[in-house]
Design a protein around this ligand. Structure first.
Ligand SMILES: [Zn+2]
Length: 457
């Protein structure tokens, strides 16, 4: 069915004074209202068309009424669908239906009809549009709110457009999301070059401290593949869930990188090879030296040095495999760093900083084992570790700003959304397209835009 909407816009223009900025500013103000009016016209037109088809059954064969007129039988204790598809028009509902849309609040007058078979009164437009009886918003709106939440600018969204949703409402959207049921399909380890896991603290309901844990994979193409996010869940339970998502049973020699959390020492031990990561090395050294009685200003030079030595410069290309020609310079630097750290350990010993010395020894063992393995296998560039750090910083920062006081489910869902949106954009878009039911059943384009002749000439 093809129809046209005619829009007449009136404007006044101060000749010689108006600027481009002002024109654009006013058009922008008009944008959402214009869309709301267009939406209303399309829906009213559709309502008329549906009611015409359902009431004039002599003109319209049952084929023309396909998908229209679904309703429950009148006066039945159990909700049962009626097969009647012929109606009498009964005017409009007393109150227009209010719906929050991405353009703002829509107030839509809605027709009521009476079924000729069972006598039920209902509104065929709403069932045709698949708007539930109690729905107060459409899903593009939900999409936009959630996107804004993830980008932590939802307050601006709400204030800027007088959108009627409270922080509690945002919370309900996140909790009610089905995002935890999507993308659970098995992951093949063949495409994964490393698995990473970490946790970050979150403040939840009544300031209770919670723990957000996430497991992510890095694909051989260098992309992040979220494997799961969990709130206040034991690592052993997380391990079980992750294993269910991994296709192979046989071990793959991929590294599992983590930050030395106690519960993670044997995590995925039968499918991956554990590697503790070292990015908290400098912070740990500060603590160890503090135990040795050093003040911050005295330990700072050593910490700076460690930062520099740990950050062994690797070839560009964040998460790529280490290429053969890139290995040599890394090896030279690695040898030099190793010598310098040994030297530093020796200095600590001589000065009696025993905590510092043993901490550094431990750290350097871990660090150098990794680099030796990377050099030998070329499997993964250590920048993966900075990727892990970045992912968790990102998720943690957003969760802290948004989900203060939220429940486990909200934190879990939100963190999954953040990971999907930031790192699996195509999956995120697919998710929404599926959720919105975008299936080429509506298409609109601008047919023409032209200025009417001026009345005063
Ligand atoms: Zn009926």
């Amino acid at each position: 069915m093809e129809r046209e909407i005619t829009i007449a816009l009136q404007f006044k223009l101060a000749i010689g004074d108006v600027t481009l900025n002002e024109i654009v500013f006013r058009l922008k103000e008009l944008r959402d209202d214009l869309m709301l009016r267009i939406l209303e016209e399309i829906l009213r037109g559709y309502d008329d068309l549906i009611c015409k088809r359902l009431s004039q059954t002599r003109i319209y064969p049952s084929k023309a009424r396909r998908g229209l007129g679904r309703h429950f039988k009148r006066d039945e204790a159990e909700a049962r669908l009626c097969r009647g598809r012929k109606v009498r028009k009964r005017g409009y509902r007393r109150n227009p239906r209010q719906l929050s849309t991405v353009f703002g609040k829509l107030k839509l007058p809605i027709r009521v009809v009476e079924c000729c078979k069972c006598g039920a009164f209902y509104s065929p437009l709403l069932s045709a549009l698949k708007v539930g009886r109690y729905a107060r918003r459409e899903s593009n709106f939900e999409h936009e709110v959630i996107e804004a939440v993830i980008d932590t600018n939802y307050r601006r969204l709400i204030n800027g457009r007088s959108i009627d949703i409270s922080v509690g409402g945002v919370h309900n959207l996140v909790v009610g999301s089905d995002v935890d049921h999507v993308y659970q399909e098995p992951v093949s380890l063949e495409d994964v070059s490393a698995i990473l896991a970490d946790e970050t603290g979150v403040k939840q309901y009544k300031g209770r401290k919670g723990e957000l844990r996430a497991v992510i994979g890095v694909t051989t193409a260098g992309r992040v593949e979220p494997l799961g996010t969990f709130t206040n869940t034991e690592w052993s339970d997380i391990e079980r869930t992750i294993k269910e998502r991994i296709k192979q049973a046989e071990p793959y020699n991929i590294p599992f990188v983590y930050d030395g959390e106690p519960g993670l020492d044997d995590f995925l031990a039968d499918v991956a090879e554990s590697q503790r990561c070292t990015w908290h090395g400098p912070r740990g050294l500060y603590h160890a030296l503090w135990e040795d009685g050093l003040k911050k200003k005295d330990s700072q030079p050593a910490i700076d040095k460690i930062k520099h030595l740990i950050g062994i410069e690797l070839p560009e290309g964040d998460f790529e495999l280490l290429k053969e020609e890139d290995k040599e310079p890394v090896k030279i630097q690695y040898d030099a760093s190793k010598a310098q750290i040994r030297e530093l350990i020796e200095t600590f010993r001589q000065k009696g900083y025993l905590h510092g010395a043993s901490y550094l020894e431990n750290l350097s063992d871990r660090l150098f084992t990794h680099i030796e393995m990377w050099l030998k296998s070329g499997v993964i560039a250590p920048k993966t570790i900075s990727l892990l750090e970045r992912v968790f910083r990102e998720v943690g920062r957003r969760i802290k700003r948004i989900a203060w006081g939220w429940c486990d489910k909200a934190v879990t869902n939100l963190s999954k959304m953040i990971l999907l949106k930031q790192y699996s954009r195509s999956k995120w878009e697919e998710y929404w397209k599926h959720k919105l039911g975008i299936e080429d059943h509506f298409d609109i384009k601008i047919a023409s835009v032209q200025l009417s002749p001026c009345k005063h000439f």
